[in-house]
Design a protein around this ligand. Structure first.
Ligand SMILES: [Zn+2]
Length: 256
C-alpha cells in the first residue's frame, strides 16, 4: 500500500508533502530535504501565528547572499569550484546550488540525481557554516563527477563522507573570509574526528545500523583518508593552509 495519505490530509503540524511517497522504496535521504522532488514546506499553525513563516523568504535571501560571498571570497570554495570546472563539471550558481528549508538534523546535502548542492537556510545561517556546507557538498559533487560514485553503495557513500570530513569538517572551520578555524575544538585525533563525522553523515541519509555504517567506514578508511584530491593537503587550523591550497590549485591543473 502506498502512503499517499500524508499528501492529502489536513495537517496542523509542520509537514512536508513529498511527491513520491512510496513506503517500500528507500528514501536515500531525500526526506530530509522536503523542497526536493516537488515537495513543499508547509509552515505549522504555530509558526503562522507567531509570524515565523515569513522568515523563510528572508532566510533564503540571506542564505543566497552568504553563498555568493563564499563563492567570491572563500579560498576553499573557489578551489572546489575550480577543481569541478577542470573536471568537466562546472558549477552554475543558479543551477547547482539551492538554499532550502531542511530537516533540522542536516545543514546541507548533495542531490546526485539533480547534481545540486543544498544549503539548509534554516540551519546554515552564517558565512562560516555556509562555507563548510559548500566545501563538504562540493567534495561529494567532485567525487560524483570524477569517481563514478554510486551513492546507493554504502562503501562509496562511506568513502565520500570520509573525504568530505577529512578535507572540510575536521580540517578547518568555517570562518569564510578570514579562514580562522580556532572555534572548532577537536579533542580527539584527526582520524577519530573523520570517522565520527563520516559515521554521522552516513547515518543521516541511510537506514543502516551504526555497526553496519562503522564497518563500511573501516573497510574503506585507509584508501579514502589518504585521498586528498582536489585540495591536496589537510588544512591545519590557524594556518595559511587554506590559502596555500588555493594558490597550489593550478599545479594540479585546476582552473582556479
Ligand atoms: Zn556528506
Amino acid at each position: 500500500m502506498a502512503a499517499e495519505d500524508n499528501a492529502n490530509s489536513n495537517q496542523t503540524t509542520t509537514s512536508y508533502s513529498p511527491s513520491n511517497s512510496k513506503t517500500n522504496e528507500p528514501k536515500w535521504g531525500y526526506d530530509l530535504y522536503p523542497e526536493r522532488r516537488g515537495g513543499t514546506y508547509t509552515p505549522s499553525w504555530f509558526s503562522t501565528i507567531w509570524g515565523l513563516a515569513g522568515r523563510e523568504k528572508e532566510d533564503k535571501m540571506k542564505c543566497e547572499r552568504n553563498v555568493l560571498t563564499c563563492v567570491r571570497e572563500s579560498p576553499m570554495v573557489k578551489l572546489m569550484m575550480g577543481a569541478l570546472k577542470s573536471s568537466g563539471c562546472p558549477i552554475d550558481l543558479r543551477r547547482h546550488i539551492s538554499c532550502e528549508v531542511c530537516d533540522v538534523s542536516v545543514s546541507g546535502g548533495y542531490d546526485p540525481e539533480l547534481n545540486q548542492v543544498v544549503v539548509c537556510q534554516n540551519i546554515a545561517r552564517d558565512k562560516g557554516m555556509v562555507q563548510g556546507v559548500l566545501t563538504h557538498e562540493m567534495i561529494h559533487m567532485f567525487d560524483y563527477c570524477n569517481n563514478n560514485l554510486d551513492f546507493k553503495n554504502i562503501e562509496h557513500l562511506a568513502c565520500t563522507e570520509i573525504r568530505a570530513a577529512n578535507l572540510a569538517h575536521c580540517s578547518f572551520l568555517s570562518a569564510c573570509v578570514q579562514g580562522d578555524a580556532s572555534i572548532l575544538k577537536i579533542k580527539k585525533s584527526h582520524q577519530d574526528c573523520v570517522k565520527t563525522k563520516a559515521l554521522y553523515s552516513v547515518l543521516a541519509v541511510r537506514k543502516v545500523t551504526p555497526d553496519e555504517a562503522a564497518e563500511a567506514i573501516e573497510r574503506v578508511f585507509p584508501r579514502c583518508y589518504a585521498d586528498l584530491e582536489p585540495i591536496g593537503r589537510r588544512i591545519r587550523r590557524n594556518s595559511t593552509d587554506m590559502h596555500r591550497a588555493y594558490l597550489e590549485g593550478p599545479m594540479y591543473g585546476y582552473n582556479v
